[in-house]
Design a protein around this ligand. Structure first.
Ligand SMILES: C[S@@+](CC[C@H](N)C(=O)[O-])C[C@H]1O[C@@H](n2cnc3c(N)ncnc32)[C@H](O)[C@@H]1O
Length: 293
């Protein structure tokens, strides 16, 4: 059997899936653009993944998460406390572009980071759509940077040195925490909280996901078998969460279902109801702030 007819495309990043899915419900995600950064093989894998695992709600799940990060980052920017937005593992997501567009008054810095080969592809693909689909003034606000989180952890780097002009950063970790080793997650949380004033918004895979979701258990069997390029390395357990709360004193930690329910006009519109039909991830925002102005 070839990898094509088993639905595997070993060299296609999971960022292709999320670029496609986040634009499926733009009324939730606010995103119609990221899809334009996806390649043809990315689009094929996005559809194959859904049919292989009978997971149509993947699109809804990612759209809700994307909308949450846009809302949360906007809320944090509007406190007036922060001077920068740093997105780790941005993949092909144009979230920072949408944030800059929604917050024209914000004069802070924006960084999109990922593994070097991903940053290269991202920049090439943005350049290809820029003229027709983006506003140069907004695009100019975004800086891209190679940043391998695991390597920075191994080399004991400090975020303050890597991003010297970001003194009060908002960090975004969209769809990457489970691709990091447990030690790296702890290092990163500690680093992100090493500022007098910083915040982070992310989603994580709780360790009870296997018990809560028959769908996730089905997909889990194939993870790390080359189904997607990146490897699953960690779930969050009680100790990760305790650390998170220690590092970030103000915490909101919500089930995906709860976030969707807040986004829709009427509860009858909710689609993420039975965790057996989607990945029941949790969305979290942590803040450590100086006294408000
Ligand atoms: C599921 S995609 C998420 C992409 C994007 N944030 C989104 O939500 O559409 C996971 C991303 O994590 C990145 N990634 C994996 N390991 C990484 C590491 N050690 N350092 C930086 N990025 C990493 C991949 O390159 C990929 O772009």
């Amino acid at each position: 059997m070839t990898s094509e007819n088993t639905g595997e495309q070993k060299d296609v990043s999971s960022a292709e899936l999320t670029a496609n899915y986040r634009c499926a419900f733009p009324e939730l995600s606010g995103d119609t653009l990221s899809l334009l950064l996806s390649s043809n093989s990315g689009r094929v894998l996005a559809e194959t993944f859904i049919s292989k695992y009978n997971y149509p709600l993947a699109k809804r799940k990612i759209s809700v998460c994307a909308g949450y990060f846009l809302q949360e980052t906007t809320r944090l920017i509007q406190t007036g406390l922060y001077d920068s937005v740093i997105s780790f593992a941005s993949g092909f997501s144009l979230l920072t572009y949408l944030i800059a567009d929604k917050n024209p008054q914000f004069s802070g810095l924006f960084f999109d980071t990922d593994l070097p080969y991903m940053v290269k592809q991202r920049n090439e693909r943005i350049a290809a759509i820029a003229d027709k689909h983006t506003t140069p003034k907004i695009l100019r606000k975004l800086h891209s940077m190679d940043f391998d989180i695991e390597q920075a952890y191994r080399e004991k780097c400090t975020l303050e040195k890597i991003f010297p002009n970001c003194k009060r950063p908002i960090f975004i970790l969209e769809g990457v925490s489970y691709f990091l080793s447990p030690g790296c997650v702890d290092w990163l949380l500690k680093q992100m909280s090493s500022y007098d004033c910083s915040a982070v918004t992310l989603y994580y895979w709780p360790e009870n996901m296997l018990e809560r979701s028959a769908l996730f258990a089905r997909v889990f069997k194939d993870l790390n078998k080359g189904m997607i390029k990146e490897e699953l390395k960690s779930f969050w357990n009680a100790s990760t969460l305790a650390n998170f709360r220690k590092y970030f004193p103000i915490v909101s930690d919500c089930a995906l279902e709860t976030v969707e329910a807040k986004m829709v006009n009427d509860v009858s519109e909710c689609q993420l109801v039975d965790p057996n039909t989607f990945f029941p991830v949790r969305l979290v925002t942590g803040e450590r702030e100086l006294k408000r102005k």
